[in-house]
Design a protein around this ligand. Structure first.
Ligand SMILES: C[S@@+](CC[C@H](N)C(=O)[O-])C[C@H]1O[C@@H](n2cnc3c(N)ncnc32)[C@H](O)[C@@H]1O
Length: 252
C-alpha cells in the first residue's frame, strides 16, 4: 500500500467526524449508533441525509455547509477518498458532517427505521453487466434496505452520467409504482440544475469534461417495504448500446 494512502488512513482515525465500524460490529448485529445518530453523534435532533458511495464527499460537505439545520453523512468503503471530505469538514469545524466507512450492504446495522430523511446516490458504478444487477445501488435489493431506514416522506436522489442506470432506475420506479418527482436526462443542458444539483463530484467533473449529459432522478418509496426481484428486459437492449462504458474506462 502506498505511503500516502497509509497516511490518510492514519489521519482518518484522528477525525471526530470519521466513523469506521469493525466488521464484527455490523455483521449480523446492530452497531451502537443505530437509532442514536442524532443524540450520540450529532447531539441535535435535526434530519439526517446520507450520501451513498460518497467518494471524496463533495455532496456531503457542500450540502452540509449550505444547510446547517440538517446532518449529513457520507458513506463509502474507500477510506483514502473519504479522507478528502473528512479533512475539509474537520478544517472547517463542521458539526453537521459525518463520514462512515462501511459497505453499503451493512447499512441496516447502522440506521434504525425512519432514522434517515433523504438519500443521495452520486455517480455510482453503473454495474452494466446483467449478472451485476444486484450490485446496482438502485436495484430492488438495495431499495428494500433503504426502505427499512428511510422516513416515509423521505426521498432518494440519483445523479448519474449512465444512461443505462438512469433507464434501469426509472424502470424500477415504474415497476413498483414509486412516486417520481423529477426525471431529467440532461440537468445542465435543460437549465434544470439549481444550486444544489450544480454541486459537482470528482467523477462528475470528469464526465462533464467528456461532454456527457448528467441525468437526475428524485423519487420516494411510498411506504413500500417489499421489493421482490424482477429482471429488467431493458438490460438486453442496453447491453448492445455500450452506455458510457468506453468513455468511463478511458477516464479512470
Ligand atoms: C464511481 S465512484 C463515485 C464517487 C463519488 N460519488 C463521485 O461522484 O465522485 C463510486 C463510489 O462508490 C463506492 N462504492 C461502490 N459500491 C459500494 C458499496 N457497496 N459500499 C460502499 N461503497 C461503495 C466506491 O468505493 C466509490 O468510491
Amino acid at each position: 500500500m502506498g505511503k500516502d494512502k497509509l497516511r490518510k488512513f492514519r489521519e482518518n482515525e484522528t477525525f471526530a467526524c470519521f466513523v469506521q465500524p469493525e466488521f464484527d460490529s455490523v455483521f449480523g448485529v446492530d452497531h451502537p449508533l443505530k437509532g442514536h445518530w442524532r443524540s450520540d453523534f450529532f447531539h441535535n435532533d435535526h434530519p439526517i441525509v446520507l450520501e451513498l458511495g460518497c467518494g471524496k464527499g463533495e455532496y456531503t460537505v457542500a450540502l452540509a455547509e449550505r444547510d446547517p439545520s440538517r446532518n449529513y453523512i457520507g458513506i463509502d468503503i474507500k477510506g483514502a477518498r473519504m479522507w478528502r471530505g473528512a479533512k475539509t469538514a474537520t478544517e472547517r469545524g463542521m458539526a453537521n458532517v459525518g463520514f462512515l466507512r462501511t459497505r453499503i450492504e451493512f447499512i441496516n446495522a447502522l440506521f434504525a427505521e425512519g432514522e434517515v430523511d433523504e438519500i443521495w446516490i452520486t455517480f455510482p458504478d453503473p454495474q452494466l453487466k446483467t449478472n451485476r444487477a444486484k450490485k446496482r445501488l438502485t436495484s430492488p435489493l438495495f431499495l428494500a434496505r433503504y426502505a427499512q431506514l428511510l422516513h416515509p416522506e423521505g426521498r432518494i436522489n440519483l445523479k448519474t452520467d449512465s444512461k443505462h442506470l438512469y433507464a434501469y432506475t426509472s424502470a424500477v420506479a415504474a415497476h413498483y409504482a414509486l412516486p417520481v418527482e423529477v426525471a431529467n436526462e440532461d440537468i445542465y443542458g435543460t437549465g434544470f440544475a439549481d444550486e444544489t444539483l450544480s454541486v459537482k463530484t470528482a467523477y462528475e467533473s470528469r464526465f462533464l469534461e467528456m461532454g456527457l449529459p448528467i441525468t437526475y432522478l428524485r423519487f420516494g418509496l411510498a411506504g413500500r417495504t417489499e421489493f421482490p426481484w424482477f429482471d429488467w428486459e431493458g438490460d438486453e437492449i442496453a447491453r448492445s448500446e455500450k452506455d458510457n462504458e468506453e468513455n468511463r474506462e478511458r477516464a479512470f
